[in-house]
Design a protein around this ligand. Structure first.
Ligand SMILES: NC(=O)c1ccc[n+]([C@@H]2O[C@H](COP(=O)([O-])OP(=O)(O)OC[C@H]3O[C@@H](n4cnc5c(N)ncnc54)[C@H](O)[C@@H]3O)[C@@H](O)[C@H]2O)c1
Length: 385
């Protein structure tokens, strides 16, 4: 039985708590911490948890009964509190984005190694049935060589979203829609295709006056043998998320669709119904996952904390890779240049202070509220809708 502490009791902590509560034989939530005590008290009532309440993380981490913590704090606090928790010999499940710089990610990975504790970064979209199925299709080679993919990570937030004090500055929020929203899909791009060789990019702030950062970006990622285009936005009604993958043999799309062409004598396409049926049948033959999204991530995290050898989905280096790819994208957009990976330690985009000093501030953030009137959030439109 793993004893859990929750650090930060805002919107996402509710999803963590709901998921932990689905595994009562594996874990129990025994501590809750938020600098705003009423929030911690409120969440215990709301979720019917009998936990010790703390307002100071350091004090909470002294409790030797806590085995693992969820870090549900603003991004700029992820590395500091993950490292404190790891040094206090707790396993850590940290929300995305892993940290505000590649350097901080390296420090977190180092702390996990030194303390021999598990460090997992939330990437719940990896555990969606559709993603699991298209990964199996890609791995089966049924698409042939893949030439091109396109990711659309399109979201909608009004300017009020940025009234919260830590959102919308390079210092505290790490960036705009690319780092905080599309990072989910950059993580999927890496999961499906690995790390790109290079990136070219453009970014802008189209409609969020209370944010210094971008609310729109376009990137072109080059791989050895394929090209991926990636659109991120925070101005898109309907929040449509899609992935299109074009192989030699067929195209698959999420939301799910398959199209295949064979050639006519003049080189124009003709529908290849047999190929479409083969891939469609394969897709539908793949069993659904036992657990999905945060439930799945938390299940695997709990298993990993109990079994030293269990490292499935303990994705600290993948968490770092997503941050590195976003930093490369920001550098390419800022410098209007092609950026190659990896980003090494001498690069200004490796460290937070030097990266921030280079970034365009699209607007001056003027509104800094302690909280917004409602805590309700949505996690993006589902592929199946
Ligand atoms: N995985 C997802 O789909 C998803 C969705 C939303 C948010 N997130 C991530 O979760 C994290 C938190 O987001 P949120 O929307 O829950 O934020 P939030 O602002 O609603 O909550 C953050 C909480 O942390 C508390 N806090 C701040 N400093 C603290 C400290 N030093 N000690 C203890 N508590 C402190 C605040 O009082 C607040 O209650 C962010 O990194 C965000 O990107 C992930």
């Amino acid at each position: 039985m793993i004893n859990i502490g929750i650090i930060g009791t805002g919107a996402i902590s509710r999803i963590h708590i709901d998921s932990y509560k689905k595994f009562p034989k594996l874990c129990s939530i025994i501590a809750i911490c938020d600098t705003i005590e009423e929030r911690a008290i409120e969440i215990c009532k709301e979720k019917e948890i009998n936990a010790q309440i703390y307002t100071d993380v350091n004090l909470m981490l002294k409790d030797e009964n806590i085995d693992a913590v969820s870090i549900c704090l603003p991004p700029s606090l992820h590395s500091k509190f993950s490292i404190l928790a790891l040094n206090a010999k707790k396993h850590v499940l940290c929300e995305k984005p892993m940290a505000t710089s590649i350097e901080e990610c390296d420090m977190m990975i180092e702390a996990a190694k030194l303390n021999d504790k598990k460090l997992s970064i939330v990437s719940q979209n990896r555990y969606k049935n559709e993603i699991n199925k298209i990964k199996k299709i890609i791995d089966s080679n049924k698409l042939g060589k893949i030439h091109f993919a396109n990711f659309n990570s399109l979201w909608w937030r009004s300017d009020i979203y940025y009234h919260l004090k830590y959102r919308g500055t390079w210092e505290t929020d790490n960036g705009g829609c690319t780092m905080n929203h599309s990072i989910h899909y950059i993580d999927l791009m890496l999961m499906l295709f690995g790390k790109p060789k290079s990136v070219r990019a453009y970014f802008n702030n189209l409609n969020h006056k209370n944010s210094e950062c971008e609310d729109f970006s376009i990137a072109i990622f080059e791989y050895e043998d394929k090209v991926i285009t990636f659109n991120s936005s925070l101005v898109s009604h309907g929040e449509k998320q899609s992935i299109i993958i074009d192989g030699e043999e067929a195209e698959i799309t999420i939301p799910w669709q398959v199209d295949a062409s064979k050639t006519l004598a003049n080189g124009f396409p003709q529908e290849n119904k047999e190929k479409e049926k083969e891939i469609n049948d394969f897709y539908h033959s793949i069993e659904d996952l036992e657990y999905t999204e945060h439930d799945a991530q938390i299940f695997h995290f709990l298993k990993a904390t109990e079994e030293i050898e269990y490292n499935d989905y303990i994705n600290d280096t993948e968490g770092k890779d997503t941050v590195e790819v976003v930093m490369g994208l920001y550098k390419a957009a800022q410098e209007e240049s092609k950026v190659t990976f990896p980003i090494n330690k001498e690069d200004p985009f490796y460290k937070k202070e030097t990266m921030i000093s280079k970034m365009t501030r699209f607007n001056e953030k003027k509104i800094f509220l302690e909280s917004l009137p409602t805590i309700e959030i949505s996690l993006g439109r589902n592929f199946s809708k």
